[in-house]
Design a protein around this ligand. Structure first.
Ligand SMILES: NC(=O)c1ccc[n+]([C@@H]2O[C@H](COP(=O)([O-])OP(=O)(O)OC[C@H]3O[C@@H](n4cnc5c(N)ncnc54)[C@H](O)[C@@H]3O)[C@@H](O)[C@H]2O)c1
Length: 338
């Protein structure tokens, strides 16, 4: 580990992974500034003493925020995170996920920032990977504009490292789940299923549910972020568990936690969807001294409890089930496997 930096700029710090990371950094006494335009904030307040600049990173004026704060490290989490949205609007996705990232890299150099950590995606970058768990050396072959944008941004990180001496690291997260994730949009299967179950709707499974993903708990990801910004590791590092869990297993576990009494409903899978993903995690253990500690069953229990508390109602089995579900059907989102 290198000397511990003091001033940390977190972009997207009001989002799902951001808030968990900021809470941890704040508890550790770092001086923090969050840049987030709140287009997709998770709704949890930032810890006391953490400043927020509500600016859009696609606006070139956001660079002056970086120059004023002069961070030692930037943790760049802000992104357009919807894979389907990236398919509908690849240029809009690239504006946020590539162009704004390049602008931030440039601003980092201008502000004499030493280190830049970028939230990349192990789920989206590798495509149909030839090996599971997938190591970082695998040639990336993204299948979505979102994945292509993450890969392009990683290319810029490498260039800024070589040409400007900025220490850069891409953390390739697998499927992150946990408290405060948005369960209403195109979030992961865990958040969407929690939302559906807590509003009495049956869980919904895309495809046969036997597709597998590497589900990593957000608290563990926050730890990885903290270790990464204290480390000197460069390049790309997978952040996952190395374990493949089926969507059906996740849905069944949450259904049990909710004491929901009906079967899941099945809808058509996404065409071209990757069947199985799991990330090799040896590099994270070696370079970040990090491994995911939360077994998926514990993480799901914590997540469901948090969704339950947020919904402000007890998971009373008698009020749940297909009857209540029918009344609510029609305005839900689907449990995908991203
Ligand atoms: N959640 C996952 O499973 C997962 C997996 C792989 C990679 N990632 C990456 O991790 C990062 C964080 O993901 P998350 O799940 O917390 O997403 P999130 O949507 O909850 O958080 C992103 C935050 O960025 C902010 N933001 C978006 N565009 C902005 C802009 N132009 N200017 C300023 N702020 C902006 C949003 O308001 C939001 O608060 C993203 O880069 C995402 O691509 C997430």
């Amino acid at each position: 580990m290198s000397p511990i930096p003091r001033r940390i700029l977190v972009t997207g710090g009001a989002g799902f992974i951001g808030i968990h990371t900021v809470q941890r950094l704040s508890a550790d006494g770092f001086a923090l500034l969050v840049i987030d335009d709140l287009r997709h904030g998770c709704g949890e307040p930032l810890p006391a003493g953490v400043d927020l600049e509500t600016v859009d990173l696609t606006n070139p004026a956001s660079a002056s925020v970086v120059t004023r704060f002069r961070p030692h490290v930037i943790l760049h989490l802000a992104a357009q995170g919807g894979v389907s949205r990236s398919v509908r609007d690849p240029a809009g996705d690239a504006m946020v996920n590539v162009v704004a990232t390049v602008g931030l890299l440039r601003a980092s150099v201008d502000a004499d920032c030493r280190r830049f950590i970028f939230a990349s995606s192990g789920g989206a970058i590798y495509g149909h990977a030839p090996h599971l768990p997938t190591p970082e050396r695998t040639t990336p072959a993204p299948l979505s504009p979102y994945g292509a944008a993450k890969l392009a941004a990683e290319g810029y990180l490498g260039m800024f490292s070589r040409s400007f001496g900025l220490s850069t690291l891409a953390l390739r997260y697998s499927n992150v789940y946990g408290p405060y994730q948005d369960g209403t949009g195109e979030a992961g299967v865990v958040a969407i299923t929690c939302d559906r179950l807590l509003s009495g709707r049956p869980p919904e499974i895309r495809g046969d549910g036997q597709q597998t993903r590497d589900f990593v708990f957000v608290g563990d990801v926050a730890d990885a972020n903290v270790n990464a910004l204290k480390s000197r590791a460069i390049g790309a590092i997978n952040i996952g568990t190395g374990v493949a869990t089926s969507v059906r297993t996740i849905v069944d576990e949450l259904t049990m936690l909710a004491a929901y009494q009906g079967p899941p409903s099945f809808v058509e899978g996404r065409p071209g969807e990757v069947r199985d993903t799991a990330l090799e995690i040896a590099r994270a253990a070696k370079l970040l001294n990090w491994t995911a500690r939360t077994p998926v069953r514990d993480g799901l229990a914590q997540t469901f409890r948090s969704f339950q508390e947020r919904a402000g109602r007890a998971a009373a089995p008698a009020t749940r089930g297909p009857a209540a579900a029918e009344a609510r059907e029609g305005h839900g989102s689907r449990a995908g496997s991203e």
